[in-house]
Write a protein that binds this ligand. Structure first.
Ligand code: HEC
Ligand code: HEC
Length: 221
């Protein structure tokens, strides 16, 4: 299941990202890397003029991401996650985990290290405004069972619509293979991806439970 990305492609993509001009003139008190980027995104979202400026730059930077995550963050590869409509604080947290080695994917880790804080901010501002393209369930009966499972075990954190919230990821409409790989990693406590809450949630799940809930979530509106 591991994705092999040719080194040459990775180098080109990383240099493309690095070639993006910095956002306008850097402000004197510009955010140092450790600043709370999620708070910065909130401030931008509350200011329509700033929002437009960041959105435009984010749209350009996201052209690199579109190679894998699809146009406007709607992936066409069931192994690669959608970023469309994803919650900014969650995206920033995953970027942080890739950089700190807490979440592992060689290509994504290299790419995230190459992004400047303001580029991360503009990219998440852009994706937060994209809509997920919904796909109908592949198996209605299984999806109905998955809905029951979700209501009992997942809804309290990921929400009735699967949209999550400031801290919780949106799972609605997410790519099916990606979802099931993520759930199995949490369950096995893999070093590739760990999370305390999701580890507890996935411990009792059988492979059949995972298939059931993924059928529901990936088609959720
Ligand atoms: C060469 C393909 C490729 C490119 C280009 C790429 N990504 Fe990824 N990205 C992936 C894969 C594959 C994963 C899933 C990794 C895993 O299995 O955990 C991923 C995961 C992510 C995640 C985690 C999503 C989630 O739901 O947890 C974020 C955030 C992300 N990428 C952001 C970006 C951004 C921003 C860019 C552009 C600057 C980008 N990616 C470019 C392949 C790519
Ligand atoms: C107690 C709260 C909680 C519950 C209950 C919960 N989750 Fe999560 N979930 C989280 C958190 C927090 C994360 C982000 C973890 C991280 O940073 O990797 C997450 C992440 C995920 C992800 C990864 C999303 C992505 O884009 O990579 C999936 C898939 C997921 N949860 C599915 C489920 C399913 C299915 C259930 C029910 C069986 C469930 N969750 C129940 C808190 C919860």
């Amino acid at each position: 299941m591991a994705m092999r990305i040719p080194v040459a492609l990775a180098t080109v993509l990383v240099s493309m990202v690095m070639a993006f001009p910095a956002l306008g003139q850097p402000v004197k008190d510009a955010a140092p890397a450790e600043v709370d980027l999620a708070a910065r995104v909130k401030a931008i979202q509350a200011n329509p003029r700033q929002f437009d400026a960041f959105y435009k730059i984010g749209a350009k930077s996201a052209a690199v991401c579109a190679n894998c995550h699809g146009d406007n963050g709607n992936s066409t590869n069931p192994d690669i996650p959608n970023l469309a409509g994803q919650n900014p604080a969650y995206l920033l947290e995953q970027m942080r985990q890739f950089i700190s080695d807490e979440r592992r994917n060689e290509f994504m880790q290299g790419l995230m290290k190459a992004l400047k804080p303001e580029e991360k901010v503009s990219i998440v501002v852009f994706y937060s405004r994209q809509d997920i393209q919904h796909k109908p369930a592949t198996n209605e009966a299984l999806a109905a069972k998955g809905q029951e499972y979700y209501a009992k075990n997942c809804l309290s954190c990921h929400g009735e619509q699967g949209r999550g919230n400031e801290k919780m990821p949106q799972v609605a409409g997410q790519q099916p293979n990606y979802l099931s790989v993520a759930l199995k990693r949490y369950r096995s406590g893999s070093i590739v991806r760990k999370d305390t809450q999701m580890s507890v949630v996935t411990q009792p799940m059988t492979d059949a439970d995972i298939a059931t809930v993924v059928t529901y979530i990936s088609a959720m509106k």
